[in-house]
Design a binder for this molecule. Sequence first.
Ligand code: HEC
Length: 191
Amino acid sequence: MKKIFISLLIPAIFLWAKNIAYSDEVVSLYLNKDDAKVIGKLLPTNPFEILKDQNNKVMIRISGYINPKFPSVIYFNNSQRIIVAAFSKNIKLNYSQIKKGEKGKWDKVNLEIWADKKDFSKDNRKMLNHAKELFVNNCGICHALHSEKEFNVNAWPAIFKSMVNRTSIDKKDQWLVIEYLQKNAKDFKIK
Ligand code: HEC
């Protein structure tokens, strides 16, 4: 009886401990809770863990990969330019290194940082569907829709940015659509 109880309890604690969330829009980041100065941005659709929740701010843990030579950007995987968070270049960030990159691949890191509290979601499926809808409804008007798979991860941001001003996609949704396109691109890798 006791054994069954413990084996049920362990997964429950694990799920409760990891408070994973996603934002559908860009979120401002701060070094300290009461700072007014924004030092970085977290981009939509990427998972983060909420560690503390205080008034209008949350302390979050971001996981990702950095190029140790240019450590002001956290990427989604160890070799492609899918931005999870980007920071001012002159800010010293307190990364904890999880795994050193091998053969020129980027280092896996965690970063704890403060963020504006928003209406976060428990998963990112709905926001990715919304991004797809924006893409399909706006990008196939003047020419046939170019498929997500037509371009590489690193090519999509520039292509999207060169076209977005011809569409009615809101400024607030632009990074949402870019992240969607990159995560569905021809050469996308999860790791
Ligand atoms: C108002 C019309 C219009 C809309 C809306 C539009 N495009 Fe285009 N697109 C064009 C035209 C015209 C070209 C031909 C090249 C040029 O003018 O830059 C083009 C070219 C392209 C190309 C080919 C570029 C290349 O180098 O092969 C891609 C890819 C593309 N568009 C993607 C998109 C995406 C993604 C969106 C939505 C964000 C979009 N377009 C929305 C008019 C549009």
